[in-house]
Design a protein around this ligand. Structure first.
Ligand code: HEM
Length: 227
């Protein structure tokens, strides 16, 4: 598959939750998805205005604004950042931090497809490729589209973990899924609220895969303050 061919194998360094905010900013959104970036910035500005009451002290220095914004990020308030949540889901879908996985059968088994798996066999699956399979995600499978997480006019993130497999499913499902979303949202919210990122043009972004996914040469970006 083309997506798999784009990957080479060598070691990756960063833990999964550390990678995703960087990916959403650098490889998922800009410049191919400026509308998505604009919606994230807009949601963050509206969030800040909503959380600050009319009487709230409005700091003037950049550092104080950052400090003030961090005070608004609570477990409850972060739940309001639904577009950011959708963008993170849509980033993890094609770029799962753990892009492929192997399981060893400890007894003879039969897969739902009817395929027989003998004890001692290894079954592997490649989440990275599954994201572009149209029978799973529809004809727009290859597109980065946070709006796919809307149903009947409302955001709906209640997808089966056997379909959205970034955290796996079943008894070994990631215990830290909610914590990971909290960490990703806090980091992405702070970065997107106070900085603008532009990809340096002319780069060839090549993914590499070991236990986690990363970029062979990193990503060059220019960063400017955003008040
Ligand atoms: C975007 C971030 C994350 C992703 C994509 C992710 C994904 C995964 C995946 C795919 C597995 C299954 C691995 C396997 O069985 O081969 C897993 C397991 C696990 N994860 Fe995460 N993870 C993330 C963040 C976290 C965080 C922040 C924590 C802790 C706070 C955490 C705790 C765990 C634990 C304890 C397991 C082992 C569960 C078990 O084997 O019973 N993860 N994770």
């Amino acid at each position: 598959m083309p997506r798999a061919k784009a990957m080479s194998s060598s070691r990756a360094e960063a833990p999964p939750s550390a990678l995703q905010p960087a990916r959403i900013l650098f490889s998922g959104i800009k410049p191919p998805h400026p509308d998505c970036a604009t919606k994230i910035y807009q949601e963050l500005h509206e969030f800040e205005e909503f959380q600050l009451s009319d009487n709230s002290h409005r700091p003037s220095s950049f550092e104080d604004k950052i400090h003030g914004f961090t005070q608004l990020l609570t477990y409850e308030s972060l739940a309001k950042l639904v577009y950011l949540h959708a963008a993170l889901m849509e980033t993890l879908r094609p770029f799962p931090a753990i892009p492929l996985n192997f399981k060893l059968a400890v007894t003879d088994d039969v897969l739902p497809s009817g395929a027989v798996v003998k004890r001692g066999s290894t079954v592997s699956y490649v989440l990275y490729c599954m994201a572009s399979v149209e029978s799973i995600w529809g004809s727009d499978a290859s597109q980065f589209r946070p709006e796919r997480w809307r149903r009947d006019g409302a955001w709906d993130f209640s997808v089966s973990p056997f379909k959205f497999t970034a955290f796996q499913a079943g008894p070994r499902i990631c215990f830290g899924k909610d914590s990971a979303f909290l960490q990703m949202k806090i980091t992405a919210a702070l970065l997107c609220r106070f900085f603008e990122f532009q990809l340096v043009s002319g780069q060839i972004l090549t993914y590499r895969v070991m236990d986690t996914i990363s970029l062979v040469n990193g990503v060059k970006v220019t960063i400017s303050n955003c008040t």
